[in-house]
Every structure is written in structure tokens, then in C-alpha cells.
Design a protein around this ligand. Sequence first.
Ligand code: MD3
Ligand code: FE
Length: 195
Amino acid sequence: MRGVAVWSEFLERAAQEAMVADLRDVVRAAPLFRPVTRWGKPMRVRMTSAGRFGWVSDRSGYRYEPRHPSGVAWPPIPASVLAVWEAVSGADRAPECCLVNFYDADAKMNLHQDRDEADFSQPVVSISLGDEALFRIGNAERGGSTESLWLRSGDVLVMGGPARLLHHGIDRVRAGSSTLLPDGGRINLTLRVVT
Ligand code: MD3
Ligand code: FE
């Protein structure tokens, strides 16, 4: 799909459950927070990170920081998550950030580009867990045609090469479509090389 490699059901149920358990440790050390845009508008998605850097947004803008807003270092990226990068990325570097996005039933993410990283030749790997979400992908420039795909729990995407700078977003989450998370919702992990 537009140069994005789609690995449907890459993770089986037991592997998804183990990854969620690992992510509970991440969120305990670095609690989810709701970033605001540089215009002060709260985002719909709650976030945290693992790794050497985490992605933050506030009135100063979007950037990577070595610490959670509370001042603690980000916890390490779980081995279960690193193993997915090793298996699918084809990259010669390790990821420096695992951004954790949590979507409740009403959350969405507007079309955007990921361009806060220094080296766009490095891919981004995405892992979906929990409720299904309608993913939309467009073009490197703003506007033009888009394509949509429902992402399901255990699906993995790899954005490399020209796909790395395509606009993308999440239009909606299908509440109650997965039993993975006891209280529902969707987790998306994106693994990135930052520097
Ligand atoms: C295509 N996350 O965190 S993952 C993000 O489901 C983000 O939470 C969405 O966009 C989510 O920045 C989409 C799939 C994805 C991630 C990065 C991409 C698709 C991409 C980078 C370039 C092109
Ligand atoms: Fe993105």
C-alpha cells in the first residue's frame, strides 16, 4: 500500500498479551499524558515513550526529549518490541524511541507527516494492539488522493523509502472490536531512529 509494507496478524494472541504486559511496566514508569499542540489544543490521543528519546509536544512545539515531562528518564524499550523491529525493519540501526499512543473510543489522529527525526532513510515500524482502527495514508505533499485500511490487533506496518514521508492518520477506532485490552481502546507503538 503506497510503499508501506503491511504484515497482517504478525503477532499472535499470546505475543500480543505478553507485549501488553511489558507496556504496563512502561506506563507505570512513564505515565500516559495528553500532549497539547503548539497552539495549545489538547490532542485526542494519550502518549508516552520508551527508549533514549521520547516524543513530546507542548506550546514550544514538537520534539524529542531525553525525559518524560515528570523529569524521569524514559524506560527501556521492551525486548518483545525490539524483536519486532529486528524481524521486519531491515534497518542497520536500533530504534531510539518507541512512541506509545493510546486511543479511547473517541480518539483520532489527523493527517500528518513524521518529520521530527534526523534521518528519513531510517524506517518507522508500527505495531497495533487492541481495538481496530481506520488508518488513512496519502501523499508526500499535502492533499491529493488517500487510501484507507483497517488495522487490527497484531498488525505491523513498515514505512521505509519514499513511504517514510507520506501523510497518514487515524480516522476512527471501532470500540469493542477486540478483547485484548480489558477496558477497551487501542494501543499503537511506533519505533523510530531519532538522531
Ligand atoms: C506512514 N501513529 O504516532 S501508525 C504517529 O496508529 C502515528 O497511532 C498512527 O502516526 C497510530 O506518528 C499511525 C502507522 C504509521 C506510522 C508512521 C508513519 C504510518 C506511517 C510514517 C510515515 C508514513
Ligand atoms: Fe505519524
